[in-house]
Design a protein around this ligand. Structure first.
Ligand code: ADP
Ligand code: MG
Length: 661
């Protein structure tokens, strides 16, 4: 199904264009244009400056819509097309050549030429080859990598002609293409347009120069928004030079009916968007770096703070594991200051031992006492306890052995000393095992040294301790069998609270309802500490989140600036066929790229800072979740704060964008 050759390719009926109106005075720029252009035409539109030529050209190229009148393209009313279909027309049917070249300053000649093909969804290989071939044909084979500012005016105009031809360029719209060129370059460009016209391209050329207009086979003169002469009207038009290929290509009805939207092109478009975004970031690298700082600091602080928070939490947990999170302490207590403190007896201990929730129970009869070895005096906690000690505290001996049940029964005067006691008394010079030490002047023989535990929360230095048999402590040192406190290990670390309740009930019964005892547990203390650590990391985390937010606002700021600065680029992209969503994607990609780069650098910085912290012996625990989370937040920041500027860019009016400075 071809187009009837008598159907004009372009038909304008009573086209009017006015600006202003309302508050500002109305300017009628086009005042009723009727015009038909057929396949094979080479038309020159001439007129003085301000007569409305460019306005007409923008309407012809579907960059702008008329205020009044009908524009039929291949018989189809353009007014009925949506913005995507118009973009499709600009991409597939038209090729623009402007007086000011309108190349994208950040792209190379090759990239500028390839741009319309990206929006058309042509494969990278085909695109590269075609752009290269076009540039070679136009004498720019050795300039493909140069950016516009590295090219002469004539060369830039040839690049823009190559771009116009990239997708076929069946209708070349050239607005004063030689206006900014010296006569030699101008003649070259006109030579190219002649050649294109002879190959079957429809060429519509705007000029105020009669000599240039003489290249065309049809001259239309426009003055004050009206056509005042048209050389075609003097003879009936015969489309002899119609190139059927060119015509087929712009068979709009056919192509639109085929649903010729290139949805498979997203990969190439995304790649192009990423490349373009990278280019822009690199060209403005100082500004980019400053903007990135917000994101970098945000991401780095989120990661580091969470790592530090997690590290201190782990430390607390490790302590909890070291002392057993299932331990409950029971001691006497005075319900009010005037009554004596209650006493927990060994009978109580025996009764509590029968509770199913209790795994181990150990009375401790102890106090701080003076210890002596040779002429060294030292104060340490001396506790009489039974042989449950190593198991209940998860605390083995490092040297020698622990005292036995037989020692316990016999009330043997033997001692197992803590790491610190060993250091203080023996100073690493004497093997303590077998030596006699004096505890409150009673000689005890050292049988073992406890493994080092380190200082812990709640308790004083736990290595500052001596364990002796309970019986020996009661008989030789304290003169009483009543324990100072009782250590109870619950059966299940997760049910410490329940065990505590059971103990409380039984104790209440044993003590006839008198609350002259006190129950506490390490787990509760350590958990409270862990909660504090959690709160702290939450606080640090929210500070970090705020800096990320600030970073996001930075991204939005730079994106708004970018859109403003690159309005003309947006116009150029639209003129070469970018749809609104292409522009949206372009700028959104840039915002996301900023955040991604900021996020990656932020994570690298976090690793660096953590390394320093580790050297400073701060507990740091990296979690992948924190790293991914912070990176994800940066990404979301880019999308959220980039969206508004990107949408602003996408909604720009093509003509306004193109003519902005
Ligand atoms: P030419 O290309 O023939 O020099 P233009 O088509 O660019 O002329 O402009 C024709 C007239 O329309 C000029 O007087 C110009 O001031 C006016 N004009 C163009 N664009 C606008 C606009 N956006 N708002 C108001 N007036 C405009
Ligand atoms: Mg003009």
């Amino acid at each position: 199904m071809g187009v009837d050759l008598t159907t004009p390719l372009i038909e304008l009926k009573n086209i009017r264009k006015s600006y202003g109106g309302g508050d500002s005075p109305q300017v009628d720029v086009l005042r009723g244009i009727d015009l038909s252009i057929h396949a094979g035409d080479f038309v020159a539109i001439v007129g003085v400056s301000g007569s409305g030529k460019s306005t007409l050209m923008n309407i012809l190229g579907c960059l702008d819509r008329p205020t009044v009148g009908e524009y039929l393209f291949a018989g189809e009313n353009v007014a009925h097309l949506d913005s995507d279909a118009l973009a499709w027309l600009r991409r597939e049917a038209f090729g623009f050549v402007f007086q000011g070249y309108h190349l994208i300053p950040s792209g190379s000649a090759q990239e500028n030429v390839e741009m319309p093909a990206i929006y058309a969804g042509i494969s990278a290989a085909e695109r590269h080859a075609r752009a290269k071939a076009l540039l070679t044909r136009l004498g720019l084979a050795d300039r493909t990598g140069n950016r516009p500012h590295q090219l002469s005016g004539g060369q830039q105009q040839r690049v823009s002609i190559a771009r116009a031809l990239m997708n076929g360029g069946h209708i070349i719209l050239a607005d004063e293409p030689t206006g900014a060129l010296d006569s030699h370059s101008g003649a070259e460009v006109m030579g190219l347009l002649d050649e294109l016209a002879s190959q079957g391209h429809v060429v519509i050329l705007i000029t105020h120069d009669r000599e240039v207009a003489a290249h065309a086979n049809r001259i239309i003169e426009i003055s004050d928004g009206l056509i005042i002469s048209d050389s075609a009207r003097s003879h009936t038009h015969v489309p002899v030079t119609a190139n059927s290929d060119a015509l087929q290509a712009v068979d709009l009805r056919q192509r639109l009916a085929d649903g010729a939207e290139h949805n498979g092109a997203w990969k190439a478009e995304l790649l192009d968007a990423v490349q373009a975004a990278w280019r822009v970031m690199w060209i403005n690298r100082f500004r980019t770096a400053l903007t990135l700082l917000g994101i970098i600091i945000g991401v780095a602080s989120v990661v580091v703070m969470l790592a530090v928070g997690e590290g201190s939490k782990r430390q607390v947990m490790a302590q909890m594991a070291a002392f057993g999170s299932n331990i409950i302490y029971l001691s006497g207590f005075s319900p009010n200051p005037r009554t004596p403190q209650g006493i927990v007896t060994l009978n109580d201990v025996a009764a509590l031992a029968t509770l199913p929730q209790v795994k181990r129970i150990m009375p401790v009869n102890g106090t701080y006492a003076g210890v002596r070895f040779g002429n060294v005096d030292y104060m340490a906690y001396v506790g009489g306890n039974d042989t449950n000690f190593p198991a209940i505290f998860n605390w083995p001996v490092a040297e020698g052995s622990y005292f036995t049940e037989a020692d316990e029964r016999a009330g043997a005067t033997v001692a197992v000393i803590g790491h610190r006691v060993r250091e203080k008394l023996f100073k690493g010079q004497v093997d303590p095992i077998g030596q006699y030490i004096l505890i409150e002047n009673v000689p005890f023989q050292v049988m073992g040294v406890l493994a080092e535990k380190g200082s812990s929360s709640g308790l004083q230095d736990s290595d500052d301790r001596i364990a002796i048999p309970y019986t020996a402590a009661s008989v030789r040192l304290f003169g009483t069998y009543n324990p100072e406190y009782v250590v109870i290990a619950a059966n299940d670390a997760r049910k410490v609270h329940e065990a505590e309740q059971a103990i409380d009930q039984l104790m209440k019964k044993l003590h006839n309802g008198k609350l002259d005892y006190h129950l506490t547990n390490d787990a509760a203390m350590i958990q409270a500490e862990a909660r504090t650590a959690n709160t702290l990391s939450l606080m640090l985390g929210s500070i970090a989140a705020i800096s990320l937010l600030v970073g996001g606002i930075g991204v939005m700021n730079i994106m708004l600036m970018t859109v403003r600065e690159r309005t003309r680029e947006i116009g150029i992209r639209m003129a070469t066929g970018a749809r609104q969503r292409d522009i949206l994607r372009q700028f959104l990609t840039e915002a996301v790229m900023l955040s991604v780069v900021g996020g990656l650098v932020g994570i690298a910085l976090a690793l660096l800072v953590s390394g320093v912290l580790v050297l400073a012996e701060v507990a740091v625990q990296f979690s992948l979740v924190a790293v991914l989370g912070a990176f994800g937040c940066a990404l979301v920041t880019g999308v959220v704060f980039g969206f508004m500027p990107a949408r602003k860019a996408a909604r720009l009016d093509p003509v306004k964008a193109l003519t902005s400075e």
